[in-house]
Design a protein around this ligand. Structure first.
Ligand code: KIV
Ligand code: NA
Length: 265
């Protein structure tokens, strides 16, 4: 199999081929998603929400991320695997950031890390990149800063925040990021940013002009069927399908239909 690398993604942008990315947090789903032909799996800190049930991404730890990432790595053989640096593992200084990135690379076998923010985290990005670890940036709605924003609404609708985002995107590219996630910003702004960069942008709620798209797997499969933002295309209603299957199983056990003669030894 031809493995996807960060270089593959740069070439895809140059050739106008869109990049597909989904989150995964465990071996079994990673295996399915990789086999289905995804380009990139993100072991997102959204695991804090969809795997652990927390309200925000803040509580998840580096040890938790390493557990999820090493499980994902055992499930794939083709896609690029990017792992989120969790809140608290890179903001304070670049040495701590580098130590966190090195733990992820050593203990999981993942191919790259992602972290949130622009100018504020530039030193951290530079020292991780200097160590030979590919870094994906993340601008716009950065959920680790939810208590600064106060809401999960669209970011950078005003000129000031939009200008900072454009500047940050260029700084991230200069610092050596191989790609940047743009989350929940106006499509027109994402278009301008994407056109200004040679590295690919990967959007979530950032419109059709990004060089790639990412969704949280649990959302696009309809596992959580109450989360329905405008940007989400839901490809399955797994909440409903799993409910029906479990109800049928309960009925079959209660009615003594399961197991039958052929399903026992
Ligand atoms: O953690 C995550 O799932 C993410 C994506 C939404 C980009 O960072
Ligand atoms: Na994330």
């Amino acid at each position: 199999v031809k493995k996807i690398t960060t270089l593959t993604l740069t070439k895809m942008k140059a050739n106008g081929e869109k990049i597909s990315m989904l989150t995964a947090y465990d071996y079994s789903f990673a295996h399915i998603i990789d086999g289905a032909g995804i380009d990139v799996i993100l072991v997102g800190d959204s695991a804090s929400n969809v795997m652990a049930g927390h309200e925000t991404t803040l509580p998840i730890t580096l040890d938790h991320m390493i557990y999820h990432a090493s499980s994902v790595i055992r499930g794939i053989n083709r896609c690029l695997v990017v792992v989120d640096l969790p809140f608290g593992s890179y903001q304070s200084n670049s040495q701590i950031a580098l130590a966190s990135a090195i733990r992820i690379m050593k203990e999981t076998g993942a191919h790259a890390v992602k972290l949130e923010g622009g100018e504020e985290v530039l030193d951290s990005i530079k020292s991780i990149v200097s160590a030979g670890v590919p870094v994906m940036g993340h601008l716009g709605l950065t959920p680790q800063s939810i208590y600064k924003f106060g809401t999960y609404n669209v970011r950078a609708k005003e000129q000031e925040e939009a200008s900072k985002l454009k500047k940050d995107a260029l700084l991230l590219q200069q610092a050596g990021c191989f790609a940047i996630v743009l989350e929940k910003i106006p499509a027109q702004l994402a278009k301008e940013v994407s056109e200004s960069l040679s590295i690919p942008t990967i959007g979530i709620g950032a419109g059709k002009y990004c060089d790639g798209q990412v969704l949280v797997m649990h959302d696009m499969l309809g596992i959580n069927n109450t989360f329905k933002p405008r940007f989400l295309r839901q490809y399955l209603n797994l909440h409903e399908q799993v409910t029906t299957a479990v109800q049928q199983y309960v009925t079959d056990v209660k009615s003594k239909d399961f197991p039958n003669d052929k399903e026992q030894y």
